[in-house]
Design a protein around this ligand. Structure first.
Ligand code: NDP
Length: 251
């Protein structure tokens, strides 16, 4: 099994990207919405606590990629890549679920399982890439400096936008129109920030594995941002007309 995995590593990632593209086209043309948060519906099977769900679904990413890279952790380039990955996933799997104000809210186990599977596969591809392809790289190369800048810019946008949304949710589970910062231009700057982060990661460590992560993040979050945007427009008569879904002035 592991022999097959290594022999066909690139082919498997290409299949993974093709699956992501198919999912993207399906989400765009069917207008289907991932049933969690504001898009949750009745009859979505077993539900579990929302914060616990976030912890479970993000945990494989926090563990798998760093563990697979441990062998080469003395290499400063690997240490940089793993640190960036770990910072993001520590934030997403531990801090974010503790901070979200969705107490008593529940998430379908189907969503948790599909995100758990995504994070497992993505962690395996990116971890094995580093396991197999490590090289001595000067940390001051242009692409690395640029990628780090892009990654942390995306992270700043993602976290400050999530913070804004979290602060809108005081006691009751209700939605308000977010204002200020990048919300002036787009409905989902948190998703835009997330996409920018993984673009930065790809620039730091260009490979089919990191490309597949960047593409999957876009394939997943662009349709969801379009659904959120439509939902805001349908839910609030006074929703700002010139605000776009995810890319300022464009989409
Ligand atoms: P949302 O923007 O849908 O929600 C973020 C949080 O804010 C939720 O707790 C939500 O509550 C609350 N919220 C959102 N809008 C409002 C509002 N207008 N008023 C009050 N509260 C609001 O993000 P997601 O939950 O989909 O994602 C959370 C994070 O995970 C994001 O940073 C995203 O980038 C990341 N993510 C990454 C993915 C990837 O593929 N890499 C995939 C999915 C998410 P509620 O849940 O009740 O709606």
């Amino acid at each position: 099994m592991s022999h097959f995995f290594f022999e066909n590593f690139k082919f498997l990632i290409l299949c993974w990207i093709a699956l992501g593209l198919t999912t993207f086209l399906y989400l765009i043309y069917s207008k289907k919405r991932a049933p969690y948060g504001r898009h949750i519906k009745k009859n979505h099977g077993i539900l579990i606590d929302n914060s616990l769900g976030w912890f479970i679904m993000e945990l494989p990413a926090l563990i798998i990629m760093p563990v697979l890279s441990l062998k080469n952790i003395n290499n400063p380039y690997v240490l940089l890549i793993v640190s960036i990955w770990f910072i993001h996933y520590f934030q997403r799997s531990i801090i974010f679920p503790l901070r979200i104000n969705t107490k008593k809210k529940r998430i379908p186990i189907s969503i948790v399982l599909s995100a758990f599977t995504f994070n497992t596969v993505n962690g395996l591809f990116n971890g094995y890439h580093i396991h197999l392809n490590v090289s001595e790289t000067n940390l001051f190369e242009f692409n690395i400096l640029l990628g780090v800048l892009v990654f942390f810019t995306g992270m700043l946008i993602n976290i400050t936008s999530d913070n804004k949304l979290i602060s809108l949710r005081k006691e009751k589970v209700c939605y308000k129109i977010p204002q200020g910062k990048l919300f002036k231009y787009v409905s989902c700057p948190n998703y835009l920030g997330e996409i920018i982060e993984w673009l930065g990661f790809f620039i730091i460590t260009p490979s089919l594995a990191s490309l597949s992560f960047f593409l999957w993040t876009s394939f997943n979050l662009i349709p969801r941002a379009m659904n959120h945007h439509k939902w805001y427009n349908n839910s609030f008569k006074n929703y700002p007309k010139n605000r776009k879904a995810i890319i300022p002035f464009i989409l």
